[in-house]
Write a protein that binds this ligand. Structure first.
Ligand code: T5A
Length: 224
């Protein structure tokens, strides 16, 4: 019988280094003999990618916050049923760049959408299929926005430059969502680990690996 894989999410504010770190964590897990799928939200499945295109570009106020929340969860349902759950059932470990904590942080803490409303959506859409481990990459808002801005400038000729709708939402919004991620970690310490993301890329990668090795030690031993 195939043992269900493990589901790890990376969370944090803009430019925190999630994309950079997911690739390094995937390499380390593969070196342990584990099959890994990397994916991201919003997106990660055909229908979800279509919804992503609606969300990540354009005017900051183009969506009512509740509509934005519903779109995130519609994309998440597609992603879970078409990509994440099938991979876990095949025994793969899924590494996901953002998941439900981003909705609570951005739409809940950031935009003020009711946390009870978001919790109800979580129960209906995700239920018991949530992450085994969530790594929250934490850094000052200014540093993350500056990194994301530099990355966008480098990619000005590509699509990334247009995917900056949330980055343009203002400092107070980003400070609220950073505080939100910290609250989430404090409320669920068994699932969530805060990682200081201000250091060099390799130092952050080592800190993430330490958390994974400590928190999922038995799973790593069983999967290798
Ligand atoms: N959203 C998403 C919601 O509002 N609600 C939700 O429910 C969900 C799921 C997605 C947007 O959608 C919002 C949040 C987002 O705004 P996105 O394009 O996927 O948009 O944006 P992000 O997830 O924020 O990803 P980014 O690509 O902006 O940031 P990352 O992935 O955290 O950072 P990364 O790795 O691309 O690094 C950024 C730059 O910094 C450098 C990298 O080389 C890169 O140039 N860097 C470092 N530089 C120095 N030191 C380090 N340690 C570095 N690590 C990376």
């Amino acid at each position: 019988m195939t043992i269900r894989g493990r589901f790890i999410t990376l969370e944090g504010g803009e430019g925190a280094g999630k994309t950079t770190q997911i690739a390094r964590l995937a390499d380390r897990l593969r070196a342990c003999g584990i099959s890994v799928l990397t994916t991201r939200e919003p997106g990660g499945a055909p229908g979800a990618d279509s919804i992503r295109a609606l969300l990540v570009s354009g005017a900051t106020d183009k969506w009512d916050p509740i509509s934005e929340t519903l779109l995130m969860y519609a994309a998440r349902r597609q992603h879970l049923t078409q990509t994440i759950n099938p991979a876990l059932a095949r025994g793969e470990w899924v590494l996901c760049d953002r998941f439900a904590d981003s909705t609570l942080a951005y739409q809940g803490y950031g935009h003020g959408v009711s946390q009870t409303f978001i919790a109800g959506l979580y129960d209906a859409v995700v239920g018991g299929d949530g992450p085994d481990l969530t790594l929250i990459l934490d850094m000052p808002v200014e540093t993350g926005l500056s990194r994301a801005g530099a990355r966008n400038a480098e990619a000005a000729a590509g699509t990334r430059a247009a995917e900056d709708r949330f980055e343009r939402m203002g400092m107070a919004f980003h400070e609220r969502l950073r505080a939100g991620f910290r609250d989430i970690a404090a409320q669920e310490p068994g699932r969530c680990a805060i990682v200081d993301a201000t250091g060099e890329i390799e130092a952050v990668s080592d800190a993430i690996w330490q958390e994974v090795r400590t928190r999922l030690a038995e799973d790593l031993a069983g999967a290798a």
